[in-house]
Design a protein around this ligand. Sequence first.
Ligand SMILES: O=c1ccn([C@@H]2O[C@H](COP(=O)(O)OP(=O)(O)O[C@H]3O[C@H](CO)[C@@H](O)[C@H](O)[C@H]3O)[C@@H](O)[C@H]2O)c(=O)[nH]1
Ligand SMILES: [Mn+2]
Length: 355
Amino acid sequence: MANPTTSLPLYERVARKNTIARAIELSILSLLLSLLAYRILSFQDHGFGWLLAFLCESWFAFIWVLTVSSKWNQVVYETYPQRVLQRKLELPPVDMFVTTADPVLEPPILTVNTVLSLLALDYPADKLACYVSDDGGSPLTFYSLVEASKFAKLRVPFCKKYSIPVRAPFRYFSGDSMSSQDTSPQFQQDWKKMKDEYEQLSQKIEDAAKGSIPCELIGEFADFMNIQRRNHASIVKVIWENKEAGDANGVVPHLVYISREKRPKHPHHFKAGAMNILTRVSGVMTNAPFMLNVDCDMYVNNPQIVLHALCLLLGVKSDKDCAFVQFPQHFYDGLKDDPYGSQWAVLHEVRMNLS
Ligand SMILES: O=c1ccn([C@@H]2O[C@H](COP(=O)(O)OP(=O)(O)O[C@H]3O[C@H](CO)[C@@H](O)[C@H](O)[C@H]3O)[C@@H](O)[C@H]2O)c(=O)[nH]1
Ligand SMILES: [Mn+2]
């Protein structure tokens, strides 16, 4: 007999009720059609201007029909992450990719936060691996990641122990995260320790950027000696290898640094080229069947992101039905009330009901 927990669907496709919206669209359509019919019936009484108006209105009606048809049948995918977790033994490994290109335009503390938000995801740590592609070939980025991996050994258990909702430290500590969560003295003590450790990490990275910290090109850093950004051999460094099996609280996923080979005569194809190399290197090291991609100027704001994606990727009847899951993006530090609509609030929150 099938196990009842594994036979439950991982997601459901729920149709949204939009009867009123449909009635409004149908009335607009009938008005548009009447207008076009009126233009056709009274052609002979008017001149060229009338014909031009008819052509413009027909084009408008066509575009309008296309737009309306795209939102006619609205559905929401309800995902059930807990059901994925119940299949613990069968959970697939996931390789996580971060691309960064320039330590000045994309300061390493950003990349560090992206990476930390990934290392602390709610998913068995022994099934995750994080690969960072650095097109800047920068020892500063490498140094920052080495320091971040040390901090992760404190940060990951803290996030999992207290189910911290925001896993990127800069975002977490910029809000009112202490009072809003747990009032126990143990939490407050751990929170303060974590904040101090994060501040020390940021300070170290800042000092290294000013050149005042031991980011000398010796030892692990020797590979960065005399390299030119657009002309160098590949550098691949395993910053942290997780040798522990299972998902105990303190386990931190693998972290690998890659700066791909670049030669002036060979086009590098920007992010696409970086992603290509990430799939090749990870293919040799962990070769997970699923990959997650986050740019270095983003962070994961939902720790269950992998579980939500797997609900869809594993829950479909045939592999051909779903190959790719895209999460909506939210932007921090936007203008008050979002006057330029950059958050796409109407699309994400009203039409797709995603937030
Ligand atoms: O030579 C390069 C150039 C860029 N990147 C990385 O690619 C990502 C996207 O580049 P960015 O300049 O930040 O582009 P955006 O316009 O902010 O990004 C949007 O648009 C890109 C395509 O235009 C998509 O690839 C991104 O996922 C999407 O967020 C970043 O992580 C960069 O570090 C590289 O790794 N190598
Ligand atoms: Mn960007």
